[in-house]
Design a protein around this ligand. Structure first.
Ligand code: AVJ
Length: 334
């Protein structure tokens, strides 16, 4: 092997080792806390990313197809807001499918900057996208967008258009979501626009049973997605979770306006993880995800506090999901 190849390989290995070390720290910290919890970003290893794509096609999981309907109906408006030669920056790009609707509607988009924590999954998606959009520079960034990050300096004179679809923003608590929107504003810069999709709270138009069904599908794909987190800990940290001794639980908390996902221990048990022995009482849960929902008014208020002006908000005919376009002042004055 050439010296250069050896160097490149050891750099890749070092990155992977650092990622595993961060994963181990987060898992041990989360499971040794009095109320056990794990960060939802760790759902998305290769198996988890595939399971999430299956969730998006479930009959009960309305967010993906509802948002696609809104984007399809409003793509022309978004293209007009972006203007010619814009750069599209997507936070948590996953399989990069929705972005096609925007690229199709934009005039000569200059570049696409997907940001995702799952590098291999993202690169495969970007390779497919690049074949279909040869005129658009593909600039993938493998990063955790819940942490401060830098995006490549972008050529092109066009507008920067952020894209954060799918109600991924719901994984943040409202305070953290406001912080994320403010940070994204710094990354996107003055004069930028930001297309954000978010799931709507229970309302006269949307019963809690709609929310419940979306996270408790009959085929058990969401349960498999949730339990895969334990399988991943087994695979990557050499733990010995018995998946049959944990149960998927998801419910809508009306007061908090969020769906919570948990993994409930079905027995008193101990699990070995990275040299530690962790005790689970029967009935104790690991809180694995918050999926926060918003009213249109609550979301608009939060965006305003984070330094954005709301240009427009669209919903679907059933009023189950919303897409909003935010804008940043061209100068920071005022
Ligand atoms: C990707 C965070 C938007 O909260 O609906 C789907 C993840 N969890 N089913 C969501 C998820 C369970 C999803 N987000």
């Amino acid at each position: 092997m050439s010296a250069l190849k050896t160097l490149a390989r050891s750099a890749a290995e070092a990155t992977e080792e650092a990622a595993t070390a961060a994963f181990r720290t987060d898992v041990l910290t989360g499971l040794m806390a009095p109320r056990k919890a794990l960060p939802p970003k760790y759902f998305y290893d290769e198996a988890g990313s595939r399971l999430f794509d299956l969730i998006c096609r479930l009959p009960e999981y309305y967010p993906t197809r509802t948002e696609l309907g809104i984007l399809h109906a409003r793509a022309g408006d978004i293209g007009a807001i972006a203007g010619a030669g814009a750069t599209l920056i997507e936070f948590g790009s996953g399989s990069s499918e929705k972005v096609r609707l925007l690229l199709d509607a934009m005039a000569a988009p200059a570049a696409y900057v997907p940001i995702d924590i799952s590098g291999a999954h993202m690169r495969a998606a970007v390779a497919r996208l690049g074949r279909d959009y040869p005129g658009v520079a593909m600039l993938p960034v493998e990063a955790d967008f819940t942490r401060p990050l830098a995006v490549p300096a972008m050529a092109g004179q066009g507008r920067r258009l952020g894209f954060f679809p799918g109600s991924t923003i719901g994984n943040f608590t409202p305070d953290a979501a406001a912080g994320f929107l403010a940070n994204a504003g710094e990354v996107l810069g003055p004069g930028s626009a930001f297309v954000v999709g978010f799931d709507l709270a229970e309302s006269a138009a949307k019963g809690a049973e709609v929310l419940h069904a979306a996270y408790n599908d009959r085929q058990g794909v969401t349960a498999a997605f949730n339990l895969n987190l334990l399988a991943r800990i087994n695979r990557e940290l050499g733990a010995n979770f018995d998946l049959a001794r944990f149960r998927h639980d998801a419910f809508y908390d009306r007061a908090e306006r969020r769906v919570e996902m948990h993994l409930e221990s079905l027995a008193d048990q101990r699990v070995r993880i990275a040299g530690e022995s962790i005790r689970f009482a029967r009935g104790e849960t690991i809180h694995t995800e918050n999926s926060c929902k918003y009213t249109p008014a609550a979301f608009a208020r939060m965006a305003r506090h984070a330094g954005w002006a709301q240009r427009v908000i669209w919903t679907d005919p059933r009023e189950w999901f919303a897409v909003t376009v935010l804008e940043r002042a061209v100068s920071d004055a005022g």
